[in-house]
Design a protein around this ligand. Structure first.
Ligand code: PLP
Length: 407
């Protein structure tokens, strides 16, 4: 595809309007929205309002006057059409790691007598660490099997199956409906991590029979660095599950100041402490970037962008890089990885040329496509620049080999 052909596609893109909703620096092709979503154009002004008017002028009255107390559910409700859930099944809270701990602990408590937490090898590290810690604490065992053996490993001893829906390295997608059905047939619960799914591809949490899920606020949801996470609890389970971190914000009457804990009915029992209001204000802006956007269009454009990128990279750099994501677009979410023995240095050379992706050990160059603001022209240009860097060995310089703290 030529750059002109790509620009033609951009001109007829049904999501072209959404690009204006972001503030991106000139001269940068940003292919890392799967790690840190771009800054929405309205965030700075709305944070200023939250700080100066709400916090500054209205002070503590803002909990009522500006409805701060309801923000964790009000803002979460905006996720409902993105993930295929009811608004009342969603909550914004804590971080993904903490939310995962809370839901896994609630799930295993609801399956007494079963001693296994089942997951896949090479799951995202925090997911493995959280599950290991919980298993150790409760005298359970964490069983991690290869991704394609998870379904066969579910048995009568499995309390909970926990998986990242979209693999953070390869973008391979688990069959959510099939895993839920297999888990339920054995009497187990499921906890999904949607960090690389929510806002990237179509999801139907209710329709596929999900029990519990968590996801990240700062990737495709554009909530800003360290944005709070979200929690999904299917309605049928909400009052059955006991929140493991019993904080006052999950109490039925927090302002009665009772000595005894009594969880509120519904999703709010998964709140623990005072929500981070400024962070919620930023996440609210991030979710507003999806206003009027159909996830079907997002998913279709994600496929188009990633297919174009794969074709253009392979045409230019064929022998030098190896596609390490599924080739079938139906099996892949919204990012693509290519392996190269000097992947870290090549990525640093790309960043120096204004093409921002990231690197995942041992040798993966990861490129994220965020259909709200990535254009076909960006993708073609990025492939051209990668081709030039490989052809000229521009990556082969000491400063590009030096590992930084964050890759
Ligand atoms: C990004 C990511 C997280 C992030 O967890 P934090 O607690 O927000 O640091 C968790 N799980 C997966 C699969 C991720 O991709």
């Amino acid at each position: 595809m030529t750059l002109d052909e790509a620009k033609q596609l951009d001109a007829t893109d049904p999501l072209a309007f959404a690009c204006e909703r972001f503030s991106l620096p000139d001269g940068v092709i940003y292919l890392d929205g799967n790690s840190l979503g771009a800054l929405p154009a309205v965030t700075a002004a709305r944070l200023r309002e939250a700080v100066e008017q709400q916090w500054g002028a209205d002070l503590i009255a803002s909990w009522n006057a500006h409805g701060w107390i309801d923000w964790p559910t009000r803002i979460a409700a905006k996720l409902a059409p993105l993930v295929g859930a009811k608004p009342s099944e969603l909550l914004i809270a804590d971080s993904t790691s903490v939310c995962l701990f809370k839901l896994l602990a609630a799930a295993v408590r609801a399956r007494p007598g079963r001693t296994t937490i089942l997951t896949q090898q090479q799951n995202f590290p925090t997911d493995l660490y959280v599950a290991q810690g919980l298993a150790d604490m409760l005298g359970m065992k964490l069983k991690a099997v290869p991704a394609d053996e998870v379904m066969g490993a579910i048995d009568e001893d499995t309390a909970v199956v926990t998986l990242t829906h979209v693999d953070y390295r390869s973008a391979a997608i688990h069959d959510m409906a099939a895993v839920n059905a297999a888990a339920h047939a054995a009497g187990a619960l499921t906890v999904w991590d949607l960090s690389h799914s929510a806002g990237a591809i179509e999801l139907d949490l209710d329709g596929t029979g999900c029990d519990l899920a968590v996801g990240c606020g700062y990737k495709y949801l554009n909530g800003g660095p360290g944005a709070p996470a979200f929690v999904y609890v299917a309605e049928r389970l909400q009052d059955e599950l006991q929140p493991p971190l019993q904080g006052w914000f999950g109490h039925a009457e927090p302002f009665d100041f009772d000595d005894d804990y009594r969880p509120v009915s519904g999703i709010r029992r998964f709140l623990t402490g005072t929500p981070s209001i400024l962070a919620l204000a930023a996440l609210d802006c991030g979710l507003d970037t999806f206003d009027g956007v159909a996830m079907r269009d997002v998913a279709a454009k994600a496929r188009g962008l990633s297919q174009t990128f794969i074709a253009e990279v392979e045409a230019r750099c064929g022998g030098e890089v190896r596609l390490a994501s599924p080739r079938d677009p139906a099996s892949r979410a919204s990012h693509v990885v290519f392996a190269h023995a000097q992947g870290y240095a090549v990525m640093q050379a790309l960043i120096a040329r204004g093409v921002i992706g990231d690197f995942r050990a041992p040798d993966l160059m990861r490129f994220g496509f965020t259909p709200l603001y990535t254009r076909f022209a960006d993708v073609v240009r990025a492939a051209e620049i990668l081709g030039e860097i490989l052809a000229t060995r521009a990556w082969d310089r000491p400063e590009f080999r030096e590992r930084k703290a964050v890759t």
